[in-house]
Ligand binder design. Structure first.
Ligand code: ZN
Length: 330
């Protein structure tokens, strides 16, 4: 297979071009969306409820997302005059993607985002946003394949005031081929390609626990709240002081996804990624063993185990219990 040609000279002129100009968010900031978000995130912060509620800052992107079905719905007539500023979605994004797709850079993966919050958003705020293609990187070789990092920058305003920015980066790439013939069994992940955890001063004790076959949950020593994943401070009371509780290892599948795409060298789709609710009450994203990807069910009982990935480290994963507990019943 011929490698895709370097088309950076065709992509570079897209830098600075607008993608969306003065587009109104589909809905004003509102309590029902805030409530659903907090439930999904398990965020019980009292700042997000009640008469003087603010929106969780990280919802910034949620307010400005295009719907799946009717991206060009007009803003409701009840909107304020500011929200009826003539809005434009430009073909810039489609043109850029068509160029990349046409040259063989057909796969896409989101890599990271950065957000900046300039003031809290409150129910009733009508948001308007502008989006530009900020940068297109030179061609890069990555473990996924060769491609370009594209950074899109959004500015969000309410009543003419800048309230936040959202910078979103994707990799658009030509996938490295490692397809297997139909019907052949999935390969065991190659140890050398398994992504490494990012270990820093905030989570190093967690990984020391894993090395000792302990799954450690952080516990705020000020208010007693358990937290996972590990963070520098308590989401409930703000205290930076913490201790640990060792998980007993039992849990249930709270939710899961089956990944079919994109292919990644360390994993062989389709495979299940599970969100396990531990007996202690916190949740952890992990892999599941002892059950095929299409046999995973919400409510399934699981038990902690450690798998060795290579000579240097192990990972906590969860094995489906064979006693059938958690199966749906009347
Ligand atoms: Zn606390």
């Amino acid at each position: 297979m011929r490698p895709a040609a370097d088309i950076h000279h065709l992509l570079k002129p897209f830098e600075g071009r607008p993608v969306a100009v003065s587009v109104a968010a589909a809905d004003p900031v509102n309590l029902p969306m805030i409530r659903h978000w907090c439930e999904a995130m398990g965020d019980a912060n009292p700042a997000y409820t009640g008469d003087d509620a603010i929106a969780p800052p990280t919802m910034l992107q949620a307010w400005t997302m295009t719907g799946l079905g009717f991206p060009d719905s007009p803003a409701p007539a009840t909107r304020t005059p500011a929200a009826r500023t003539p809005a434009t979605r430009t073909p810039t994004h489609d043109q850029l993607f068509a160029l990349l797709d046409g040259a063989g850079y057909s796969a896409v993966v989101a890599t990271d985002c950065e957000q900046e919050y300039l003031r809290p958003l409150r129910p009733g705020d009508e948001l308007i946003f502008d989006t530009v293609i900020e940068t297109v990187s030179p061609r890069k070789d990555t473990k996924l394949g060769t491609g370009y990092f594209i950074t899109t920058a959004m500015q969000v305003r309410a009543a003419g005031e800048l309230v936040g920015t959202h910078r979103f980066r994707i990799l658009k790439y030509a996938p490295t081929k490692h397809a297997r013939p139909e019907g052949t069994p999935a390969a065991v992940p190659t140890p050398s390609t398994r992504p490494r955890p990012v270990i820093n001063r905030d989570n190093a004790p967690f990984w020391e626990g894993v090395a000792a076959h302990k799954l450690l949950i952080q516990r705020c020593t000020a208010c007693g709240t358990l937290r996972f994943p590990w963070l520098p401070g308590c989401g409930r009371c703000g205290s930076p002081e913490w201790g640990t509780v060792e998980a007993c290892g039992s849990g249930t599948v709270h939710s899961y996804v089956v990944v079919h795409h994109p292919p990644f060298p360390a994993f062989d789709p389709p495979y299940a990624v599970v969100l396990v609710e531990l007996t202690e009450g916190v949740r952890i994203i992990s892999s599941i063993t002892g059950v095929p990807h299409d046999g995973v069910r919400i409510g399934m009982s699981v038990e902690l185990e450690f798998i060795r990935v290579d000579a240097e480290w192990e990972l906590p994963v969860f094995r489906a219990r064979s006693d059938g507990s958690g199966e749906e019943s009347g």
